[in-house]
Write a new protein. Structure first.
Length: 300
């Protein structure tokens, strides 16, 4: 993993925890997420007018991977909205970011996508995952399977599956794009992919909102109150994933991207405690320490 990818993912992680904080404070919903994605699309729509990357020559495999990525993102936003309805950010955010690590590792290993991880990198993933699982607990004796087999944890798992899906499929879609239009710079290909993906996701979300009456009511409520917070989230979220997509060009396995995106966990934890007045426990502090140790092993 290159130093450039590391810097890009660190900045991305900070932006990600920022927009999650704003979303949590504003009662995250599908309608809210739709406005976030709409802002992302409008913010980066200019790319469509000047990019020289020929989208029309991309093969069917690319569009299939893109469709799977959009479907995964819809699963993610559903899980995210339900999770923030039932759980605190400082509790939910670590687990939502932790589960995709092992899920991505298992998926890429099963499908044979990407360069195999070294034993030290795998050990780092396991330590990091253990730290993330420890953070939601109020005390060490709460570490029981029954505390994870709940409706709220199912919502977290749903969000984690969505994150895993779009990370893996986006990585493969960009690989297909790099094969077909290899003459263009990597950041340019990533920007082009992002706006194509963003337009597709936003269109899918608006169709969903217009078809489901509770979601329509949520959208009307956001318009009536003139809530501009989704726009703030959209700018942060778009910057987050553009940086991730660019970083994917400089890693040999998507699992590395998932691991280093966990650097946002300390920021998410502190934000929840400081701005949302959530509790700070010893298990959360030790969990962050394990996360940093896991990241160190992954670097090695």
């Amino acid at each position: 993993m290159s130093f450039s990818a590391f810097i890009l993912i660190v900045i991305s992680a900070i932006l990600h925890s920022t927009w999650n904080l704003v979303a949590k404070k504003n009662h995250m919903s599908i309608a809210f997420y739709t406005l976030i994605c709409t802002t992302c699309t409008l913010f980066w729509s200019h790319v469509l007018f000047w990019t020289p990357v020929p989208i029309s020559v991309l093969p069917a495999r690319f569009w299939i991977l893109l469709a799977l990525s959009i479907l995964s993102d819809l699963v993610y936003c559903t899980g995210l909205s339900l999770t923030y309805r039932y759980m605190e950010m400082s509790t939910a955010y670590p687990v939502m970011r932790a589960l995709p690590i092992l899920l991505t590792l298992m998926t890429t290993a099963l499908l044979g996508w990407g360069e195999p991880l070294s034993p030290i990198a795998i050990a780092g993933c396991v330590v990091l995952f253990a730290g993330c699982l420890l953070m939601p607990l109020k005390k060490f004796t709460d570490f029981k399977l029954s505390n994870y087999l709940t409706l709220s944890m199912f919502c977290v798992f749903l969000a984690a599956c969505g994150t895993t899906g779009y990370t893996v499929f986006d990585k493969q879609a960009q690989a297909v794009m790099s094969e077909v239009v290899s003459d263009y710079a990597k950041p340019l290909r990533s920007l082009t992919f992002y706006i194509v993906r963003s337009c597709s996701l936003t269109s899918s979300l608006w169709i969903l909102v217009l078809l489901v009456s509770p979601m329509r009511r949520d959208m009307f409520q956001l318009f009536r109150t003139r809530n501009w917070q989704p726009c703030v989230c959209g700018i942060c979220a778009s910057g987050t994933y553009v940086l991730v997509l660019i970083a994917m060009n400089y890693v040999t396995n998507a699992t590395y991207v998932q691991c280093f995106r966990q650097l946002g966990l300390p920021f998410g934890l502190v934000s929840g405690i400081v701005f949302l007045k959530e509790s700070c426990t010893m298990t959360k502090i030790i969990g962050v320490a394990l996360i940093l140790a896991g990241l160190t092993l992954t670097v090695m």
